[in-house]
Each structure stands twice: as C-alpha cells, then as structure tokens.
Design a protein around this ligand. Structure first.
Ligand code: GLN
Length: 312
C-alpha cells in the first residue's frame, strides 16, 4: 500500500481513538471482560494495493458473531439457498441479537435472519459432518484458507466461558427444536455455535476474509475452493441488511459498506471488488457494536469514497 494511504489510515485511527472511551467491553461472557477497552486496530487488505495495518492490530480477539457469516456460507455450500432459507429468514429483525420474542410469533417460527443468535444456531444445526469436531474443522478450515493463516484456532477459555453462560442461547435452541426449525441434535448445534464464536483472530485475519468475499471467493495463486459468486452475493446482502444487528439501517446510511460485527468488538467489512477491512475496538455500544470501530469505518468510507451508493 502507498505510504500516503497508510498515513491516511493512521490519521483515521488516531482521530477516532477518542471514541473507545464511549463504549464498554462486553461482560455477559466473562472471558470478554478481559479485553482492553482502549484498544483500536485497523487492517485494510486491498485488491490492487496490498495490505496495511495501523494501531493495536496485534490484539487477538474472538470472532463472536462474525463467525455467523462463515457458518452461513458453509450451510449454503452444503444445502443450497432454498433449503437453508426454509429454516431461517432473510429479514432484518430490529431486535437485539439475542432476542427471543419473535420466534414464537413469526411465520413457521423461523428466526428472522442468520446474523442474529437464533438464526445462527439454526444455521449451525444444518452444517454437515459426522460429529461436532468435524463440523467445526470444516468451518475453521475455510477460515484458515481465506486468511492463509493455519494457526487460527479456538480460544479454549472463551469457549468454556460461552458454554458456562450460554443459557439464553440454549433457550433459543430448545425453542427452535420444539418447533422443528432444528432437526438435528440440539446440544451439538449449540456446541458448534459456541466453538465458532470462540475462534481467535487478529484484525488482519478479518481483512483477509473480507478481501476473499470482495473477490467473490477467488484467491490469486491458490487452488482455493471455488464458490458460486451467487452465494457471496447472498452473504453481502445479508450483511448490509442485518450485519450490524438493530443498527444495520443507521450503519448503511452512514457507512454504506457490507459489514458484520461481534461483541468482542471486531468488525469485518467488504467493499466489493476493492478491499476487505478488519477493525478491532473492544468497547461496544448497547447494541453490541464497536463504538470506535463504527467511527473508523465511517471515516474510511467518506475519505476513500467507499459507500455502496455514491455519485462518483
Ligand atoms: N457468543 C455471543 C453470543 O452468543 C455472540 C453474540 C455477538 O457477537 N453478538 O451471545
């Protein structure tokens, strides 16, 4: 990446660091409490100009809800869109990510979309494999391939912490079992979901996942799995409508980039045909999104003209 662009990234990071003070680290999963609320890191992986990282990009964190994008991709590869969307909807929810309220009232009891917890647990229940370990390795293997980072694996502490405190997710899952949305073993679906949330990464990994999607699943110089670009189109569209939970509309207006956040403070964003972006800022707002991370993405979008709908 050009020196001038890297300096711009550094400027964006420095100017938005003050917003880290306006959020709080997630504490409902005890292990997440240990994150540094003042951390802020950014990686941009551009198709033409390469990769650049600024700020606290050595910070490790867990994927949390960002894993929902990859597990959806695996379920789509396994079964195709028709079968997957028979069990989970495509509509934004307007409710918090772990909300249970609409599961009873929605048509066929379908969770509204795959980016909220209920939808992602239903998606996890559809991933093929002989056992939870094999299913986990299929999703984790895909992430390793996208990032070229074979060291990516589970944070055992976060996984144990998720399992110990995941009663709301258990409630969602057992409800969906009772209504037939989950057809396979409910404990295995939950176990896989907890493991996927606990995959540990850095923001450069998020940027590379983003670049893989920006390239419609193609990777130069690698015999990577060829995926149907239509599946990437589905992922990006769902990221626009639901990727930032019940702040997705506001984010679409101010930032205008398909993105997925997690309660660890990570955000993975994709500018189709141009770049992948990874941000970490563990201090989150009451909707579960990184406060400074959103500001960094807004600034990036305005500075480099990245909004989906631009005059230029
Ligand atoms: N593991 C978290 C949970 O299930 C993921 C939620 C999130 O990142 N918003 O509650």
């Amino acid at each position: 990446m050009r020196q001038a662009d890297k300096q711009t990234l550094q400027r964006i990071l420095d100017e938005n660091r003050k917003y880290t003070a306006m959020g709080k680290v997630a504490d409902y999963i005890p292990e997440l409490r240990r994150a540094n609320p003042a951390a802020l890191g950014l990686t941009v992986a551009a198709k033409d100009t390469g990769i650049a990282s600024v700020g606290d990009c050595d910070t490790t964190f867990t994927l949390q809800s960002i894993s929902k994008v990859i597990s959806l991709l695996v379920a789509l590869l396994d079964h195709g869109p028709e079968k997957v969307f028979a069990k989970v909807g495509m509509e934004p929810s307007g409710d918090p990510f772990n909300s249970i309220i609409k599961l009873e009232t929605m048509n066929h009891h379908k969770p509204l979309n795959p980016m909220i917890n209920a939808g992602a647990i239903a998606v996890a229940s559809m991933i093929s494999g002989r056992n939870v370990e094999e299913r986990f390795q299929r999703v984790c293997g895909l992430i390793r391939m996208m990032t070229g980072n074979n060291g990516i694996s589970l944070s055992e502490q976060t996984y144990q912490s998720e399992k110990a405190t995941g009663d709301r997710n258990r409630a969602l899952a057992y409800f969906m079992k009772s209504t037939g949305i989950i057809e396979s073993d409910v404990e295995e679906a939950l176990d896989l979901y907890f493991r996927l949330c606990s995959i540990e990464v850095r923001c450069s990994d998020l940027a590379k996942i983003g670049l893989y999607l920006a390239n419609w699943g193609r990777m130069e110089g690698s015999d990577s799995l060829q995926i149907d670009p239509c599946l990437v189109q589905i992922l990006l569209t769902i990221m626009v409508t639901s990727g930032m939970y019940n702040a997705s509309g506001e984010f679409a207006i101010h930032v205008g980039i398909p993105a997925k956040s997690g309660v660890s403070g990570g955000i993975m964003a994709v500018v189709p045909n141009r770049m992948g972006i990874g941000v970490i800022g563990p201090a989150i707002d009451d909707k579960g999104n990184s406060v400074a991370g959103i500001r960094v993405l807004e600034d990036l979008s305005k500075t480099f003209g990245l909004h989906l709908f631009s005059e230029r």
